[in-house]
Design a binder for this molecule. Structure first.
Ligand code: 13P
Length: 339
């Protein structure tokens, strides 16, 4: 069991590579497609995820891909199952296993993620389709009073129980506590909330005996609220984020793969690069971006088969630039190149 988990961690944590989050739930992918006036039919979703995974050379910069359940059983145009296609590209297939968030009862403004019931059995099924790692996302709304202590504790407990169940099934858990970017709060408030959240998450993980060596953390960066008057430079984001991570994430954790959380593609890349320019850390610092990798792809594709190549070029470009950022070797000038 340990060797299987270790092999998956080793495959995911590779120099110059990161993870593609392509695990949008039904409502979320419908929202992304609506932006390009495309209906969210099963065939359109299949065609799109197939486009992502058939991108030539994608495995040079992507070590893993997170699928939504439906994608595990879909095939590429030539009939090859998408998880198999990913694995053939050197990209480890993973699966989002939470069942989404609901309001936390009696805690107005807070949310809790559900999906623990029957999780072990579901994981066994996902493994048969090739999934080797999983993802569970907890979300925290930020205000002067949110998240409540109850929300911080309840979400930490759920994340830890999820991670323990994954490891018992030899599936590597990605633990994703997302402190939301929405709102006009300061960067200091984001730092304060992120620190409290991560402290509680690691306390719960240890309580549930999760092997920190065999998990990945997927946090949000420390940034000012989206509508806060003063936005932060990559150097400021990097310094504030690293301060919180060093205070809260044990050195046993092999990798930290950030979510993009509403940052633009170029911002997410520049911030990751700035983080990696601050010197060697106990953990690798890479990406597990959804929107920051896919927005340019959707824009190039527009749901048109004839636009396949430009769309794949857009994915490869963002993957390559984020790969460079994961080594602190990104330059803004790289944005100008067409591919
Ligand atoms: P974003 O990078 O778009 O935040 O998506 C990452 C993710 O997996 C959210 O759960």
């Amino acid at each position: 069991m340990t060797t299987e988990l270790q092999a998956t961690v080793d495959a995911l944590v590779q120099k110059g590579k990161g993870i593609l989050a392509a695990d949008e739930s039904g409502p979320t992918i419908a929202k992304r497609f609506k932006a390009i006036a495309l209906d969210s039919t099963e065939e359109n979703r299949r065609a799109y995820r197939s486009l992502l995974l058939t991108t030539p050379q994608a495995g040079r910069y992507l070590s893993g891909v997170i699928f939504y359940e439906e994608t595990l059983t879909q095939n590429a145009d030539d009939g090859e199952p998408l998880p198999q296609l990913a694995a053939r590209q050197g990209i480890v297939p993973g699966i989002k296993v939470d069942a989404g968030k609901i309001p936390l009862a009696l805690s107005p403004g807070d949310e809790i993620t559900q999906g623990l019931d029957g999780l072990a059995e579901r994981l066994q099924g996902y493994k048969q389709h090739g999934a080797r790692f999983a993802k569970w996302r907890a979300v925290y709304n930020v205000s002067a009073t949110l998240p409540s202590r109850a929300a911080v504790e309840a979400n930490a407990e759920a994340l830890a129980r999820y991670a323990a169940i994954c490891q018992a099934e030899s599936v590597v858990p990605i633990v994703e506590p997302e402190v939301l970017i929405d709102g006009d709060h300061t960067m200091a408030r984001c730092a304060e909330v992120t620190q409290a959240v991560l402290q509680e998450v690691f306390r719960a993980l240890q309580r549930h005996r999760v092997a920190l060596e065999h998990m990945l953390l997927k946090p949000s960066m420390v940034v000012p609220g989206k509508t806060h008057a003063q936005q932060a430079s990559p150097a400021e984001v990097a310094a504030a984020t690293l301060r919180v991570l060093r205070r809260t994430v044990p050195a046993a954790v092999p990798g930290i793969n950030f979510l993009s959380g509403g940052q633009s593609p170029a911002e997410a890349t520049a911030n990751l690069d700035a983080l990696n320019r601050l010197g060697a850390q106990p953990w690798s610092l890479s990406f597990s971006y959804g929107r920051a990798l896919q927005d340019p792809v959707l824009q190039a594709w527009q749901g048109k088969a004839a636009q396949l190549r430009p769309a794949q070029d857009a994915l490869l470009k963002r993957a390559r630039l984020n790969g460079a950022a994961s080594e602190g070797k990104y330059e803004a000038a790289m944005e100008a190149a067409s591919t």
